[in-house]
Every structure is written in structure tokens, then in C-alpha cells.
Design a binder for this molecule. Structure first.
Ligand SMILES: [Zn+2]
Length: 192
């Protein structure tokens, strides 16, 4: 079972563990969207076995989420680059791909910025080695850009299983709302 935690504004915040869900429920910090979901989860928790599927809960009070700049760690770089080599386009699993420094660190490149790191297959990475791409006739398929302000987008890439539940929920929530502009948080939370 996956638990998607939303802000009171419906902005997706995170996928949380069931332990965290229990803590939030105990402290009365979150609400379910409907009574049947609540009853089902409470019954499951009592039996200490949670079923399949996705549970969506919402914080009762909005927390302010800084527009965060995501860190260019390996996991986020793989997601940004669609698990594909940025030189030849080859797609692979996380295990099969490496991170290449566009300007090699040994030649003054920044070791850990979004702009200077791209996903590369082993073959391209060993060909590039301590060179600039042009020196070994490789070229980047697209510029390496930072991923900022797209937290929800990455969240759903990492946890694709919760996305349909979130979209169904938005749909039903918007249908209940009188015709008006959705809150800004909601618009920015949804990737194109
Ligand atoms: Zn490659």
C-alpha cells in the first residue's frame, strides 16, 4: 500500500510510510477524503496488515513548502535525464547507467551541480573519460538544466502508482468546487 500525503491545499507533499501515517493520524494532523477510506484503513491498521492500493490523506493545516531546489543527486539526475544516456540516447536501468561530468572535475568542472552532471551509458562515459565532449566527437542531446520547482513532477515519476489516485481525487474535488480558479498551489503542483 502507498500513502500519498497532500498539503491542505492539495499540493502533493510526499509518499509516506504507514508508520508515519499512524503518527499523523494519532496526532490528528491528517484527514481522509471520505469515510469509507478512513474505515478501511482503520480496520487494516487494527489487524496490522494494510491492503493493496493507494491511500490519499490530507493535512488539516497547510504547511508552507519552500519552493525547493532539488539536489542533483544520482536518483534525481536519472529521473531528469529519463534514464537515458545524454550522449547516445541509450536507455537503461539505474544499475547500467553512470553519471558523467560534462566538464571533467580534473579540468575544473563543478563536481556536483545540475549543469555539470548528466547521465551517460558506460560506453560513452569511458569514451569521454577526461575529455570535453567535443574532443571525442560526442555531443549532448540537450542542455543539462537544474530541476527546480517541479517537486510534484519528480514525486510522481518516483511513485507512479500514486498518480492515478491523485488525479482522480483532483477531478472529483474540482467537480465539487463551484466554478472558480483552482488555488495557485494546485495549478503549480500539476506538471504539464
Ligand atoms: Zn551512450
Amino acid at each position: 500500500m502507498s500513502v500519498l500525503l497532500l498539503n491542505a491545499s492539495l499540493q502533493p507533499l510526499n509518499v509516506i510510510s504507514r508508520r508515519r501515517l499512524v503518527v499523523l493520524l494519532t496526532r490528528e494532523r491528517v484527514a481522509f477524503f471520505d469515510e469509507s477510506a478512513r474505515a478501511a484503513v482503520e480496520a487494516d491498521l487494527a489487524r496490522r496488515c494494510l491492503g493493496e492500493g493507494v491511500i490519499v490523506v490530507r493535512l488539516l493545516r497547510n504547511i508552507s513548502v519552500p519552493r525547493r531546489l532539488l539536489r542533483p543527486n544520482r536518483r534525481n539526475l536519472l529521473v531528469r535525464d529519463d534514464f537515458s544516456c545524454q550522449y547516445c540516447g541509450w536507455q537503461g536501468s539505474a544499475m547500467e547507467l553512470t553519471i558523467d561530468h560534462v566538464v571533467p572535475v580534473s579540468r575544473g568542472g563543478a563536481p556536483s551541480t545540475w549543469e555539470n552532471q548528466v547521465v551517460a551509458c558506460r560506453r560513452c562515459n569511458s569514451r569521454k573519460a577526461n575529455h570535453l565532449a567535443a574532443e571525442v566527437h560526442l555531443h549532448l542531446r540537450r542542455a543539462a538544466r537544474p530541476v527546480a520547482h517541479e517537486y510534484a513532477h519528480l514525486l510522481f515519476l518516483r511513485h507512479p502508482e500514486v498518480r492515478p489516485a491523485y488525479e482522480a481525487l483532483l477531478q472529483s474535488t474540482l467537480l465539487q468546487t463551484p466554478p472558480a480558479a483552482p488555488p495557485a498551489a494546485l495549478r503549480t503542483a500539476l506538471p504539464a
